[in-house]
Design a protein around this ligand. Structure first.
Ligand SMILES: [Zn+2]
Length: 199
């Protein structure tokens, strides 16, 4: 193990922690839209009590709540064990990325990075479409601003443009899709054609 391995391992861990702990943003019309980071979204899912256990979708939301609580416990206890002290998981993870490591620690850092990446994927999967933000601008393709979605037995008014920082932006109305690499272009299009008043 040499310094180059260590540098590489640090970078991989840094990226993995960034994916788990960074606020997700998109700028449209000069407005910044943000979604909480994946870890915070997970914590929010744990804090929110499973609603209506006997209502429609109740069992599913109870299972989601249990899975989220489980995953959060796994993340918190693993990170505490890695660093050897207690604290807020997100700041402990940041501490891991800036701590002094020796070249012989590289393999350990790579293992941690892989684990952090698995957690980020698990959270995304669990919360389905998480790492997401909703943009209250109309879709540049179809001009639709809101759609109605059926959730837990209720019709919910939802912004048509649904942004996932990993998967891209999708219009829930016309199904147009822009990959994350097109966010800048999309922001520009939304900025140039505000389509105010379109519903
Ligand atoms: Zn559309």
């Amino acid at each position: 193990m040499n310094d180059e391995n260590l540098l590489h391992a640090r970078r991989v861990l840094d990226d993995a922690v960034h994916d788990l702990c960074s606020v997700q943003t998109l700028t449209v019309n000069g407005d910044r839209f943000t979604a909480p980071c994946l870890y915070v979204q997970l914590c929010e899912a744990v804090v929110a009590p499973p609603n209506r256990p006997d209502g429609p979708g109740g069992r599913a939301s109870e299972n989601l709540w249990l899975a989220a609580a489980d995953l959060r416990h796994e993340i918190d206890s693993s990170v505490t064990a890695w660093i050897g002290r207690r604290g807020h998981t997100m700041s402990l993870l940041q501490d891991l990325t800036v701590a002094k490591w020796r070249p012989q620690d590289s393999a350990m850092l790579m293992t941690w990075a892989a684990q952090v990446a698995v957690w980020a994927d698990k959270i995304s999967e669990l919360l389905d479409g998480s790492g997401h933000a909703e943009v209250k601008a109309p879709c540049p393709e179809c001009g639709i601003r809101y759609v109605w979605q059926h959730r837990d037995g209720e019709d919910v008014k939802t912004p048509a443009l649904h942004i996932n920082t990993k998967r891209g932006c999708t219009c829930l109305s016309c199904k147009s899709h822009w990959p994350p690499s097109h966010f800048e272009h999309l922001a520009l299009v939304l900025g140039c054609n505000p389509l105010e008043g379109t519903a």
